[in-house]
Design a protein around this ligand. Sequence first.
Ligand code: HEC
Ligand SMILES: [Cu+2]
Length: 353
Amino acid sequence: MLQRIGVITALVLGLALAASPGQVGNHVLDILNPSTSYNREVGYLLRWVLAFAAVVFVVVTGLMTYVTLKFRRTGRETGEPVQFHGNDRIEVLSIIIPTLIVFIIFGLTAQSMFKLDRIPPGAMTVEVKGWRYWWDYHYPEQGIRNSSELIVPVGKPLVLEVTGGDVIHSYRITSLVGTQDAIPGFTTRIIVTPEKVGDYYGQCVELCGASHANMRFRVKVVPQETFDRFVQEAKAYQAPPPSDPTLAKGESLFKANCAGCHALKGVSPVNPATLQNPDLTFFGNRTTLGSGMWPNTPQYLEAWIKDAPGLKPGIRMPAFPQLSSADVKAIADYLLSHKLEGLDFNFPESQRY
Ligand code: HEC
Ligand SMILES: [Cu+2]
């Protein structure tokens, strides 16, 4: 009997441990198969906690089962069994053992926290700002800005300085690193070194309003050469003059309807107003639209320009019912024509984490 219970317990625990990793779209989220030392450390702590939990579970349910079986009613009792009160040895042990377990877990956690809080030499800083319902990135050392998609080099230690622009958000990239709150007027820090090139799925994890669930993002971890090229081209970028009549129409419509909110280098400046909305300077390089919600294709982009709040409730961007389909198409073509040459941030499915 006891053996059978042991086998069942082991099976249940085994299943829990082997539970398949989460999946969003075609991104596989799996912290037990880590791609950074940060997640390796968290996975190591998780295993310790699970191991202690397993021991406690087996001992407690084992003893309960034993007592239930051993002292069950047999029908052969002749009166009350012998009564006794207290057992000093069991009581002392049942205080000392859990306290020891808590201290061991505390020690391991503190050790990991000190280890993860150290900034490795040569780290690069990126300022991350959460807004309803998208993320903005400023690279102070490189002097560039990009919105919705964070582009970083592989193998380089990063310090992400996370803050909030309006309300409290929380920045989480499951397969890369844990979570940090994005609090207005306050900076939290994420220190991480991405080790694997790929496209990482991120999500705001602090309820922040109607489109909280739609507040996603991507982190593109690219080879160092690609990153250097990205920085060089992004710094030098100036919107070229429109090369055909559709793009010229797109530009004048953009200036009339969108430039008050969106910066686009060479057309619409970065200022306190445009800093509160996504930068669209090289929007043609974006792989997603609406902060990680949809693929950035002409079809989705036109639907977005026509009725963004219909697609993503609660955003500050208005719908533009007054624009004709031709106008909308001209603006979409215009935005997609702004691109850094020779850079493609799309990754195959096998590299989406
Ligand atoms: C009142 C300010 C405002 C105006 C005007 C505005 N937008 Fe926006 N736009 C926003 C905000 C805020 C977002 C972020 C929405 C989100 O994803 O939560 C946004 C997002 C976008 C995005 C997606 C960016 C990304 O990184 O995914 C595009 C593209 C865009 N706007 C294009 C336009 C165009 C084209 C116009 C003019 C026809 C326009 N916007 C007018 C505020 C504005
Ligand atoms: Cu949020």
